[in-house]
Design a protein around this ligand. Sequence first.
Ligand code: PHE
Length: 482
Amino acid sequence: MGQLKLSTDAWSSQTVFILAAVGSAVGLGNLWKFPYITGENGGGAFVLVYLACVLLIGIPVLMSEIALGRAGKANPVQAMSNLARENGASRLWALLGLNGVLAGALILSFYTVIAGWAVSYFVQSISGAFVDITASEAGTHFEGLMASPYELLFWHTVVSLATIYIVSKGVKQGLEKAISLMLPALLLILLVLLGYATTTGAFGQSFNFLFAADFSKLTWESVLIAMGHAFFTLSIGLGTMMVYGSYLSKKGSIVKASLWIAFADTAIALIAGLVIFSIVFANGLEAGSGPGLLFETLPVAFGQMAGGWFFGTLFFALVVMAALSSAISLIEPVVSWFDQNWGIKREKAVWILGGIIWTLGVGTVLSFNAWQDVHFLGERTFFGSVDYLTSYIMLPLGGLLMAVFMAWVMKKDQVQAQIDLKAPWINWLLLDLKWLAPVAVLVVFSSSLVESDSVIWMIALSLSVYAIYVWNALKKEGGEKI
Ligand code: PHE
């Protein structure tokens, strides 16, 4: 541990930090995942639960995670270990960092595959493939892509290489600039699409679908999905925000940054939802058609609107960039861990890890064709299983433990040194982190597990044993020198 290198990098300014964090948060989660899981889970009530989760669990955990990063000044594993030592707690808290580092790698393995779809659509759009396309042609086009493992593998490789290249160069150079250009452009195109959506004749129906809550459609499983998505979309629970926070200077306001991140992220998801469901309803498409939703709807819009070729091409380019700025943030925790704790330099670490993650991604590629009927966790495909394990188990669990650490383990003056909130807000925040967030996560966990099958039960059981073990160890070993 003697030669341990802490994070020495620093963002150029608070604004740059916010941009990078927004770049991480805004990605496929907003544009691809949110609309399709909302469609699969019945709309309004699901959206309401998701918004409540962002507000009551997401924002407090986001603040905590950035604060833990800035106070711990290292990659997630080391940051937790540093903080545990400073606060007289067990070094086993480092496992929380490990959970995140692993989850990031697992998520990235399917993230590059889906981002690959967007690259393929970008190329298709340039070639004019979507001009005047009908809804059923768009569906066939997407099915064609899914049925071709080599094509999927090719695009997966392209995105993996791009991610590896950017991260090997260091996050700051290039990325800061790309994000500050890309985000406003993405928002602008979404607004153009929103304008188009109002002309489809189904905008009102889309609005109702998203905002009129019908709780009879809600199951505990869908509440878990909404909660898991709040973690996924805000990039919390796995240490991305911790690493980014470790590069933030003491002067930056964590509260202001968190509110901006959550606002931008939520607004972009809701606009994407409004646009996509307008197209779905106007063309008699299926809202619950699954992961293809974005790709089966938007070409229709671009095919019909004036200047659609231009907007379509630009849009898919921006989806790719939004995905890349999230992809690099998914691999950053594990890369910085390799660099700081294992002495494997960033340039080398990212190639080794990138290779492992790429290989895992092959499983996701096959989930849409050759392995379509091969099931892993319960009835889920390989992709479904990795998504479930990370978004709905590892991230909420990580977020829960971060909240617990912040509120129960960290000294109050250390918390106050990080979180620039005055009374009574700081007390509300701590109350939320102490009780509401952990209890909510546990209740949703256990209720949805009761609804599902035995494999999930086994995972739940092992996770509970793990949680109890960690908890006991923390109590017993509290104060031990690390
Ligand atoms: N928030 C990103 C998205 O919505 C995904 C992500 C999750 C990135 C976790 C980093 C960490 O696409």
